[in-house]
Design a protein around this ligand. Structure first.
Ligand code: BTN
Length: 284
């Protein structure tokens, strides 16, 4: 492990040593911090999740994971927090915190393939883990939001360079978004949808198991694994067959979402110009 990684891991060891009396900013009922020793035990044997860097309160797990990646952290390093105070979303948006009630995590990866395969793998892993934990049927809104009943429960932010890809996942598990009326119409927690709370640890482990398997398959089998992943991800896409508006900054593309390409780009039948290949943007 690179020498300049040690101060970051030392911070983790200190914060873990004092986690029982952590001073998390809890705005509602108290919560149990993540059970990190149980998580570490459950993640034994996976390629992803080691080392596990837990910081009770942190600006952004992605920012920390990028720092670790630049300092030479090994592939699979995992950053977790209970309270993310400056979580970042796609296109410069803010990820709203629910202290102690979300999963907010980032992985350091060094994939030998383009990061859009990570987008598909993580969205698919999320739907599988959520379905197993809740019995609900999540769908993916292209490219990578996970929705239940039309409301977003999870978002993914990938930040990459030539040397690494940091995969950040936010999942609203417990608590409620009723305190955030501007969000509640289009976002929810799993507890909002289910009516009861869930173990964040169980969800985290299942999510990482699915992701670990998909990632290993991509590394091992290459193109055949990409085809299988694209097909499984496509089967979960709720966007296809719908009329959509895709916002790309100041621009918007409108039409029928017909299909996705082999690489996962959205094929939209634009009323004016025919079929268009959309590689980024927000679907409405
Ligand atoms: C989006 O929906 O726009 C993406 C949201 C991604 C949020 C997660 S939470 C963990 C990780 N750290 C961050 O700062 N962002 C991602």
């Amino acid at each position: 492990m690179a020498a300049d990684l040690s101060p970051l891991l030392a911070e983790w060891m200190m914060t873990n040593a004092s986690r029982d009396d952590s001073d998390l900013d809890v705005s509602r009922a108290p919560f149990q911090p993540l059970d990190i020793p149980a998580l570490e035990r459950a993640l034994t044997g996976l390629s992803l999740g080691h080392p596990l860097v837990y910081v009770p309160t942190l600006g952004s797990t992605n920012t920390r994971a990028v720092e670790l990646a630049r300092a030479g952290a090994p592939e699979g390093a995992l950053v977790l927090t209970d309270h993310q105070t400056a979580g970042r979303g796609r296109q410069g948006r803010v990820w709203t915190p629910l202290p102690g009630r979300q999963l907010t995590l980032s992985l350091v990866l060094r994939p030998p393939f383009p990061p859009h395969w990570l987008v598909m793998a993580s969205a698919l892993a999320l739907t599988r883990a959520i379905e197993a934990a809740t019995g609900l049927h999540p769908e993916i809104k292209w490219p990578n939001d996970v929705l239940i009943g039309g409301r977003k429960v999870s978002g993914i932010l990938i930040e990459s360079s030539d040397a690494y890809a940091v995969l950040g996942i936010g999942l609203n598990v417990n608590g409620t978004l009723a305190d955030h009326p501007e969000l509640a119409a289009r976002a929810a927690t799993l507890a909002d949808a289910l009516g009861h709370t869930l173990s964040r640890e169980t969800l985290a482990v299942d999510l990482l198991r699915h992701l670990d398997a998909l990632y290993a398959d991509l590394r091992r089998r290459g193109e055949p694994a990409q085809r299988d992943l694209r097909d499984a991800w496509r089967a979960r896409l709720g966007t296809l067959g719908r009329r959509v508006v895709i916002r790309q900054g100041e621009q918007a593309v409108e039409g029928l979402a017909e299909d996705v390409s082999a690489d996962g780009a959205l094929l939209v039948r634009d009323d004016a110009v025919g079929q268009r290949l959309i590689t980024w943007g927000d679907v409405e």
